[in-house]
Design a protein around this ligand. Structure first.
Ligand code: NAP
Length: 277
């Protein structure tokens, strides 16, 4: 009998996670069945418990349930604790263990796949939603020079920075919240777009002067070429979408469940080919 896993969300039919985990299972020789669970917006908890009670071993959690998954977890592991959001659930005996692998996924994509170390870099993080909460701790633990958070609703950026204040010693010059219009004249080595603007063919109002020579512009959105990617390239930055992050966060989930870290290059290449069709 294969071990049962799934991605749970609403909507969930667009998720690439089944294809990614099928590739990991093939590459590692693990016998797993990975499906999709569409949970009613008011029925997340019941859907998780049903999946577990029917023999499920673990779940990936996507929008809009990552915060609810944090509350449902009986134990929160690693980066999930501070993130306040959980994207991976592992069922261990009677325990529901919650993890957040989004930040590890981002850091691995930056440092291993794109070969851009975060250590000593000036980092701009745009957005103050769930994705930003997930990546703050892993990014800070890489010891950047500085980490500035900008958001359309400034109060949310201020709250985010306040939430991670205790970790600010990891960044040499600390962390700060800024409105977009205060960024003119400041340069960054890594500019991360963690907003959902690209999904609506929009981009955050970031000045073109933010890109230091050789800067990397990273958009977490991966379903399309976003205005931010285009803007960054027009202003001399190297640009990447978030497909590598998606695959790397999935690899960390696979490791949590199966104890084996799958090779990720084949999965990234497979998805790139699929998206070009
Ligand atoms: P969220 O909680 O809904 O937050 C959305 C953020 O985007 C907020 O900060 C919001 O600003 C900002 N925003 C939205 N439209 C904007 C616009 N037109 N101009 C400026 N800012 C705008 O979403 P999330 O969970 O953080 O996810 C953000 C994005 O990351 C999504 O597109 C998601 O698909 C992607 N993501 C990718 C991965 C991956 O593996 N690649 C993992 C996680 C998330 P306000 O606060 O002002 O509303």
């Amino acid at each position: 009998m294969p071990h049962k896993y799934a991605v749970i969300g609403n909507p969930v039919d667009h998720s690439l996670s089944p294809a990614i985990h099928a590739e990991f299972a093939r590459a590692t020789g693990h016998d797993i069945a990975y499906g999709r669970v569409l949970a009613p917006l008011d029925g997340f908890r019941a859907a998780v418990l049903k999946f577990r009670d029917e023999g499920g071993s673990g779940l990936n959690v996507t929008l809009p349930f990552k915060h609810e998954a944090w509350h449902l977890s009986s134990t929160r592991s690693g980066f999930a604790l501070a993130a306040g959001a959980v994207n991976t659930l592992a069922f261990k005996g009677g325990e529901i263990v919650g993890h957040n692998t989004d930040g590890i996924g981002l850091v691995r994509d930056l440092t291993r796949n794109l070969r851009v170390p975060v250590r000593g870099k000036r980092v701009l993080l745009m957005g103050a939603g769930g994705a930003s909460y997930g990546v703050m701790e892993p990014t800070l633990r890489e010891q950047p020079q500085s980490l500035v958070v900008a958001n359309r609703t400034l109060e949310k950026a201020i709250a985010l920075v306040g939430h991670f204040e205790k970790l600010q010693q990891y960044a040499l010059e600390g962390i700060a919240a800024r409105p977009y219009d205060a960024l003119a004249g400041t340069q960054f080595d890594i500019v991360i777009n963690a907003t959902s603007a690209g999904l609506e063919d929009a981009m955050p109002p970031v000045p073109d002067s933010v890109f230091a020579p050789g800067a990397l512009a990273y958009d977490m959105v991966y379903v399309k070429r976003t205005p931010f990617i285009q803007f960054a390239q027009e202003h001399g930055a190297r640009a990447s979408d978030g497909l590598g992050m998606l695959v790397e966060q999935a690899a960390e989930s696979f490791f949590i469940w199966r104890g084996v870290y799958p090779e990720t290059r084949a999965a990234i290449a497979m998805l790139r080919r699929q998206m070009q069709k």
